[in-house]
Design a protein around this ligand. Structure first.
Ligand SMILES: NC(=O)c1ccc[n+]([C@@H]2O[C@H](COP(=O)([O-])OP(=O)(O)OC[C@H]3O[C@@H](n4cnc5c(N)ncnc54)[C@H](OP(=O)(O)O)[C@@H]3O)[C@@H](O)[C@H]2O)c1
Length: 297
């Protein structure tokens, strides 16, 4: 039987790594659209291109069965080009109608928020839902990977505000397993939105503390006041994003809503301690040690 080909857009992104690895392990042909291609091998075909250029997208989507979208966060709603909006429209224009769209979104995606990225996640979902293409949308909560890759600054794990409400942190590997299962059963599921949550509900402090205890006891969880993040946010879009995301989650109360996902796609198994042990073992503490070379064993 012919191996199915999946195009991953944003496949070099931090949170796409477990999904790409899982696709390879599950026997898919993986094609990664990127602005910085590497040498293709038997695991991955690197496809030069950009979401801004429809010609490169047209080449990238040839003979694919599905496309997985790991698009970058929207920092600037006034940008000339927003991948979640303009990029997605470009993709929709070049796809053939039988291709299934798989899209990383975020839990609680809504347009009723001042958190720009979450609003754009919602707009992207609406574009896909109205496109007529078969789709599966994944709405994960916070990835455990955020602890080392986004929140760790030197010896500190920094979050903003008090963050008293627990979050069902999910490991990238558990998320990836569920994505693969959804892809394998896409025809029977039909169009669907899955909320993805992990096993344990932990506050930012609890998650950061447990991660630090397993990885490096000298790491310290630190909460920065939101007013301080707001001031920093006046100086850069990335800082403004940090403020918006922390302010949003400081007020949010996460409830468990992944029953259907667990029953259809399997239950996550990875605790924060196991994630931390695995992270320490495989990647070291430096984000630059994260694996971006993929292998087919
Ligand atoms: N942190 C969490 O817990 C969490 C939870 C839910 C959802 N999310 C969402 O996860 C998403 C992905 O995050 P990430 O950390 O993996 O992102 P990332 O590391 O910033 O990666 C962004 C990817 O987008 C690609 N890209 C950017 N502009 C492009 C363009 N014009 N054309 C083609 N590709 C382009 C980049 O590819 P090249 O540079 O190789 O071209 C790169 O692979 C974000 O939207 C975030 O909001 C995060």
């Amino acid at each position: 039987m012919k191996m199915k080909t999946i195009l991953v857009i944003g496949g070099t992104g931090r949170l796409a790594q477990p999904v790409v690895q899982a696709l390879i392990r599950a026997g898919y042909m993986v094609r990664i659209l990127t602005r910085s291609p590497k040498q293709s091998d038997n695991a991955v075909r690197w496809q030069p291109g950009t979401l801004e250029d429809q010609d490169s997208l047209r080449t990238a989507v040839q003979d694919i069965d599905a496309v997985y979208l790991n698009l970058p966060a929207t920092l600037n709603p006034h940008a000339r080009f927003i991948p979640e909006w303009h990029g997605l429209q470009n993709i929709l224009e070049v796809l053939s109608p039988t291709v299934t769209l798989l899209k990383l979104s975020e839990i609680g995606a809504t347009d009723d928020t001042e958190f720009t990225d979450l609003r754009y996640k919602y707009y992207a979902e609406q574009l896909i839902r109205n496109s007529g293409f078969p789709y599966l949308i994944f709405r994960p909560t916070w990835f455990m990977e955020s602890l080392p890759l986004m929140l760790t600054r030197g010896r500190f794990i920094v979050y903003g505000g008090r963050q008293r409400s627990p979050i069902y942190w999910i490991a990238g590997q558990d998320y990836a397993k569920q994505v693969i299962k959804a892809l394998q059963q896409a025809a029977t599921f039909g169009n669907r939105i899955f909320t993805m949550q992990g096993l344990e509900a932990l506050t930012f402090f609890e998650a950061a503390y447990r991660y630090a205890r397993a990885v490096d006891k000298t790491l310290q969880p630190v909460s920065a006041p939101l007013w301080m993040l707001r001031v920093y946010g006046m100086f850069s879009r990335q800082m403004r994003f940090n403020y918006e995301v922390m302010r949003y989650y400081d007020h949010r109360h996460e409830v468990f809503e992944a029953d259907e996902t667990w029953s259809r796609l399997g239950k996550p198994t990875i605790t924060i301690d196991q994630f931390a042990q695995g992270y320490k073992l495989h990647s070291g503490l430096q984000p630059e040690n994260q694996q971006t070379a993929f292998t087919r064993k």
